[in-house]
Ligand binder design. Structure first.
Ligand code: NIG
Ligand code: FE
Length: 420
């Protein structure tokens, strides 16, 4: 029996971006200003893997050897976005709170009134696993067409053992049934549920003694997260949770320094977090901790935009030599969009970073922040054939500059064209 291989050639690419010159897992500091590329290029995949790319003038195979040939004349090809921080499994939506926000209530005030995360928790507990899956699946279908090829998804709207596991099972099913790369994160410490109001330590005990062992035994989480911030979980709570997860070999990714100088960055670095995310409140001390670490600082420009927060000092971090990743934070409260092209635009306008830096931040550095930069985040032989073809556009800068406009023409995941 012969194996029928699925082979794809993309020819005449005006410019092929983010090609890997030397193998690397992340891009730091000044290096972020460069995106290696080839003009007048080709790209070849076999089944779900990139097997070759180069200049058209060096293409030595005939078109008839390929099952599919795409002519990308005048168009760009980029690796799929790696969105390393989302909460896209949730029930319903929270647009009414958004109106409260416009009227002047702060994120913390809304949370204190039982809104925010607790509002989503109430909805989620009353939603079946099947319905939750179907809502999340349509969000996944949407972000695929917006260019995302890998996504991290957190629990954290269950806030009880049963409902957190329900969320993680939905994420597991998304891993199995959607074409993108999915990583799952247990975020039991997202908010203190109403049943534990005034008894935060007892809720942390439940996370440590019941949730983590159960989730680890069912192998439902790749990572663990804690919302380590003012009004949510303390550094002490966070440390206890990270120690408990480490016993099961689960590495942290931390919500840190969104609302204050919370100590979240320092505790994340201490426990070798893969990433610390948000970072609206970051100064020299946080930067120096990050410089001596393997932790990816991740900014969430959508959340800062939507909540009108101060902007994470991305320029300062990059100038200090740090890498930076950009993620969408797709969630019903602070960033109801998973559109990574839009996140690039926000990052440019509000964080003053360049198109090249933004592309590094949404591809290779995002991949690092979800532990997959060996298989995704750049155009490299042996990596997953996850990439997209743009419409005819003049420059790389045009892509985020033309904000809110759909410029992605064709998405390829696992070497297959996604039909919309
Ligand atoms: O990353 N900051 C904490 N959690 C989410 C918000 C979740 C929500 O409001 O539902 C965030 O912004
Ligand atoms: Fe978040």
């Amino acid at each position: 029996m012969t194996d029928k291989k699925n082979t794809l050639l993309i020819k005449n690419i005006k410019e092929l971006f983010q090609i890997e010159k030397a193998s690397k897992l992340k891009v730091c500091g000044l290096e972020m200003a460069e995106v290696p590329s080839l003009k007048e290029a080709f790209l070849i995949s076999e089944n779900d893997i990139i097997i070759d790319f180069g200049l058209m003038s060096e293409l030595n195979k005939s078109e008839s050897e390929f099952q599919t040939v795409i002519n990308a004349q005048g168009k760009f090809v980029m690796p799929s976005f790696c969105d390393s921080h989302t909460h896209l499994v949730y029930a319903g939506s929270r647009e009414i709170e958004y109106v409260d926000k416009i009227k002047g209530l702060s994120y913390e005030e809304i949370a204190k009134r039982g809104g925010g995360i607790l509002n989503s928790a109430k909805l989620l507990r009353n939603t079946s696993e099947e319905e939750l899956f179907s809502q999340a699946k349509s969000r996944i279908d949407e972000i695929i067409l917006q260019g995302t090829g890998a996504v991290e998804i957190k629990s954290g709207y269950g806030l009880s053992t049963e409902s957190e596991i329900k969320m993680l099972r939905v994420i597991k099913k998304l891993k199995e049934e959607t074409p993108l790369i999915v990583k799952s994160t247990f975020l039991g410490a997202h908010a203190v549920p109403l049943e534990f109001k005034g008894n935060q330590n007892a809720y942390v005990d439940l996370i440590i003694n019941e949730m983590i062992p159960e989730i680890a035994s069912q192998n439902l989480a790749d990572f663990v997260d804690v919302f380590c911030d003012k009004g949510f979980f303390t550094v002490e709570n966070t440390e206890r949770i990270l120690i408990a997860a480490a016993k099961f070999g689960i590495r942290p990714k931390i919500h840190a320094n969104e609302l204050d100088f919370s100590g979240g960055v320092q505790i994340g670095v201490k426990y070798n977090a893969l990433s610390v995310d948000h970072l609206e409140f970051v100064g020299d001390e946080e930067i120096s901790h990050l410089l001596n670490s393997e932790t990816m600082p991740t900014i969430l420009p959508g959340a800062a935009f939507f909540l009108n927060l101060p902007y994470a000092p991305a320029r300062k971090m990059i100038s200090a030599g740090l890498p930076v990743a950009i993620a969408s934070d797709f969630n019903p409260g602070s960033s109801p969009s998973g559109n990574m092209k839009l996140m690039m635009s926000f990052a440019m306008v509000n964080h003053r970073i360049t198109a090249q830096e933004a592309l590094n931040a949404t591809t290779i550095n995002g991949a690092y922040a979800m532990g997959i930069s060996n298989i995704a985040g750049s155009i490299a032989k042996g990596k997953k054939a996850n990439f997209f073809i743009t419409k005819k556009i003049p420059t790389l800068e045009y892509f985020p500059y033309s904000y809110g406009n759909e410029l992605i023409e064709k998405v390829i995941l696992n070497g297959k064209i996604i039909e919309n």
